[in-house]
Design a protein around this ligand. Structure first.
Ligand SMILES: [Zn+2]
Length: 257
């Protein structure tokens, strides 16, 4: 066992209060250099053995069994998969950027570094959904699609849902070119948000979920910006500092037994 460097774990008071889920987003060790491998949760970058140790440590801190974690192959799309059973043999589920389950022995996982981890809990069924939403997924309405899959597959009602829009890049640091601004203007012509050279992805996703019937006081938005704070891996910050890639943080969500 290697010596693990302490790293922060972020969580939602609203989800915590529900008492129904184990959940969290892993952070990056404070003071680590930009190419820090410690607490990286991705197997596609850095050292896989190191990542395995950190994944286990993170899962343990959340009270989740490592073997219950399932991850999709994220492609910045809007497909959402239903996880019907535990996948020891198939920890990777195929291409998708959203997962939904009503199984208590499955922990949904996604990897992020600036993109938004969106946690959905239907308190009544109960059922859960976890989404990876970058700007492309946001434009494609993946948050609404995940909610729709929960409605179709789990009889979820939006008014019973609690949502956490987790730590991710803030409007302060998400500067975009005119072609990206145009995509948002076309996709959301009447949602009350002015789209300029900075896009507030968290607010856009909040608006999407409000329009689908999730009550405003049941949506919590993390104030943290992954670019501004040393406590997060940030793809954009790493690129601005001359790196091609950096580590990934993990969002985990599982129903409590
Ligand atoms: Zn920022």
């Amino acid at each position: 066992m290697i010596a693990l460097r302490p790293f922060p774990v972020f969580s939602s008071p609203l989800l915590q209060e529900s008492g129904l889920v184990h959940h969290g987003v892993s952070g990056r060790p404070i003071g680590c250099p930009e190419d820090c491998v410690e607490a990286n949760m991705s197997f596609d970058w850095g050292d896989q053995t190191v990542a395995t140790h950190y994944r286990s440590d993170f899962a343990e801190r959340l009270g989740v069994e490592t073997s219950s974690i399932v991850l999709p192959r994220q492609v910045h799309g809007s497909d959402v998969l239903v996880v019907a059973r535990r996948g020891h043999d198939r920890p990777f589920l195929g291409q998708a950027d959203g997962l939904v389950t009503a199984q208590w022995d499955v922990a949904l996982g996604i990897l992020v570094a600036d993109c938004i981890p969106i946690f959905l809990l239907d308190r009544a069924t109960p059922a859960i959904g976890l989404v990876h939403a970058g700007w492309r997924g946001t434009v494609a309405g993946i948050a609404a699609k995940a909610l729709g899959v929960m409605q179709d597959e789990c009889d979820t009602k939006p008014e019973n849902c609690i949502v956490w829009i987790g730590p991710s890049i803030g409007v302060c640091c998400f500067e975009v070119g005119p072609e990206v601004t145009a995509e948002f203007q076309n996709a959301f012509p009447r949602n009350g948000i002015e789209f300029g050279d900075h896009i507030d992805l968290k607010q856009v996703n909040r608006q999407i979920l409000l329009s689908k019937g999730v009550p405003d006081d049941q949506i919590e938005i993390s104030p943290e910006c992954s670019y501004c704070s040393d406590g997060f891996f940030s793809h954009r910050r790493a690129v601005h500092r001359g790196l091609e890639r950096t580590g990934r943080m993990m969002g985990l969500l599982a129903l409590r037994r």
